[in-house]
Design a binder for this molecule. Sequence first.
Ligand code: CA
Length: 229
Amino acid sequence: MSLRLLVVEDDREIRTLMQSTLSVEGFEVQTAVSLSEARALLLHSPPDVVVLDLGLPDGDGLELVQTIRRQHTLPILIVSARHQEEQKIRLLDAGADDYLTKPFSVGELLARIRVAMRHRGTALAAAVTEHHRDDLHIDLTQRSVHSRGETLHLTPTEFSLLARLVRSAGRVVTHRQLLHDVWGPEFTEHTHYLRLYMGQLRAKIEADPAEPRHLLTETGVGYRLATGS
Ligand code: CA
């Protein structure tokens, strides 16, 4: 059975391109040109994945994300233009899984879909407890972190921050989500905590903290623990 993908995009050229390329990749692709059309499709034939453009003729995608999250666990990927940062962050905080900034390649889109599907899948089956990439090995159950052949000693806060990123490996986690989950709901504006602790983590984990290969910055949005090559 092929995966059903709903592409919500008002730009005909992008929509047609996504439809044809994603169909070739084996997805069953439905398209909607507006939020209202997307709502109708979600009601009648819920997809497995939603790809949601931010600039739509009939309003903000926030409401759609909230509606979907009330009823479904399916992955939602946001497609945004560079100037739509604020809006994008609100949607990520509301439960969207990840985002792509235009222009993006089909390869990037497919990689993001795979990561999001894996997370949604494992969220239902079992939580992610391990992360292994190149010289970095993290085991949340053992509370152990190894990098370049050495055991690293992390403070409890550093470990909590890293663990939060491991559980979303490959996906962006917003500043607000990290602060909320690691420090607590009253700390969501304390972005300086994040800068401080991320600096400490990078100093321990990265071969060159100035050129991080594992703990990636998503400028203005949050951080992403790298997966894959
Ligand atoms: Ca648009």
